[in-house]
Design a protein around this ligand. Structure first.
Ligand SMILES: NC(=O)c1ccc[n+]([C@@H]2O[C@H](COP(=O)([O-])OP(=O)(O)OC[C@H]3O[C@@H](n4cnc5c(N)ncnc54)[C@H](OP(=O)(O)O)[C@@H]3O)[C@@H](O)[C@H]2O)c1
Length: 280
């Protein structure tokens, strides 16, 4: 698996792990099978994955705490990218809070739970329409200046929000929803490519109608003796050298299947065929 260097000094394999699913239903509370969730996290490291994405809001607190309980002291080179800026008021509810005071408090909580002195990549989870974007990003810059955060990432942003954030602080990653059935962030991905910064597509396994029996993804998957979701991941990795997919799962079996996808080599024709089918 090839690598990408985040922020000029954090070299990671391009397929990471999203730790949102090691929590309860609705991303609320503890996982239904805590032993399997721990096995998943241990297997992530054994398989050589060195980028784990999480957030204070996953559980809330459950994902970060489980990562620390299972993996601390962390192996050298493991990059934990966490996020702040969302609140939890119940299962599947995610109100935003981008106030500087909230982001600073959230960062302290993540440092404590993850048992870190500095967070390698701290991501602003989402713009909050009630708070000027510049104020939220300014708080991220202050956290970096204070040494609590090594690098700043942003999430769920437009190209305009990316540019405005970059005028305040160096941005090393953008994390947006992007997959074969939703490529609305294509312009953001292209800007990340121009800038050489990481693009972390969330919900990477979604394939929608493309995976239907006899459809383009299904045909290419059969040719590679693979599942459509594996081809979706292989396509994302082929789509751009700045692409850092973070598929999430609560099962070791699915984790291993997702990692195997990184070894699938699609031909140029296959990449093009999947790409044009996904754009309708
Ligand atoms: N920035 C944001 O706003 C934002 C939003 C959402 C997510 N994220 C991040 O992105 C990561 C990935 O997003 P996501 O979890 O929504 O989407 P995803 O990784 O595309 O899909 C996860 C879902 O697919 C299932 N799955 C995983 N591997 C599978 C396999 N090999 N075969 C069949 N099913 C499989 C999982 O169920 P099982 O548990 O049964 O495997 C789970 O329901 C999250 O973990 C989180 O870190 C960020």
């Amino acid at each position: 698996m090839d690598t990408f260097t985040i922020g000029g000094d954090l070299e990671v394999h391009r397929l990471g792990f999203g730790a949102m699913r090691v929590t309860g239903r609705g991303i609320w509370g503890p996982p239904e099978d805590p032993d399997e969730a721990e096995r998943v996290l241990r297997r992530v490291v054994e398989l050589g994955i060195d980028l784990i994405d999480t957030a204070d809001s996953y559980g809330p607190e459950v994902s970060e705490s489980l990562i620390a309980e299972t993996l601390h002291p962390y192996p050298d080179g493991l990059v934990i990218a966490t996020k702040g800026g969302l609140l939890r008021t119940g299962p599947s509810q995610w109100p935003r809070d981008g106030r500087p005071e909230h982001l600073k408090e959230a960062c302290e909580g993540s440092l404590r739970r993850l048992r870190l002195e500095r967070i390698d990549v701290y991501q602003l989870h989402s713009p909050d329409p009630r708070v000027p974007w510049e104020d939220s990003v300014g708080a991220m810059k202050e956290l970096k200046d204070e040494g609590k955060v090594r690098h700043v990432g942003i999430s769920n942003v437009s190209v305009d929000e990316l540019e405005r954030a970059r005028s305040i602080v160096e941005v090393v990653t953008v994390q947006n929803r992007y997959n074969l059935e939703d490529r609305r962030s294509e312009d953001v991905l292209e800007r990340c490519e121009e800038l050489g910064i990481g693009f972390i597509p969330w919900f990477p396994l979604a394939t929608g109608d493309l995976a239907r029996s006899g459809g383009p993804l299904d045909r290419i998957a059969s040719a590679h003796d693979a599942a459509p979701a594996q081809i979706a991941l292989a396509w994302l990795l082929a789509r751009s050298p700045v692409m850092l997919p973070i598929p999430g799962t609560s099962s070791v079996e699915h984790l291993e299947e997702n990692v195997r996808a990184a070894a699938i080599e699609l031909s140029e024709d296959e990449v093009a065929a999947i790409g044009s089918a996904s754009q309708g």
